[in-house]
Design a protein around this ligand. Structure first.
Ligand code: FES
Length: 92
């Protein structure tokens, strides 16, 4: 099963911009987890500041399998995860 890495920046700027809400949303959406279980294994980690916030106020930043999502919201992160899951599932 393909593993998808979701990295949520937990630095000060991104936390103030709502990164923890995104983390909570990913963890608590069991319906979402049920949809993708058996197809993709989602690994969610909080990471330190990526230094992207220094020149821009576009946080919170999230990466889904290396693809950066600026101004991330729960919905956009979920959509990116689902899209990535479908892409990788199609390749196996
Ligand atoms: S706090 Fe997230 S990039 Fe700096």
């Amino acid at each position: 099963m393909k593993s998808i890495l979701v990295e949520v920046c937990a630095g000060t700027h991104c936390t103030m911009m709502g990164a923890m809400n995104i983390l909570d949303a990913i963890h608590s959406l069991e319906e979402f987890q049920a949809d993708i279980s058996g197809v993709c294994d989602i690994r969610v980690v909080a990471i330190p500041c990526m230094n992207l916030c220094r020149d821009t106020a576009q946080g919170p930043f999230v990466r889904v399998d290396g693809r950066l999502i600026p101004q991330a919201e729960s919905e956009s992160v979920m959509a990116a995860i689902m899209s990535r899951c479908q892409q990788t599932a199609g390749k196996e």
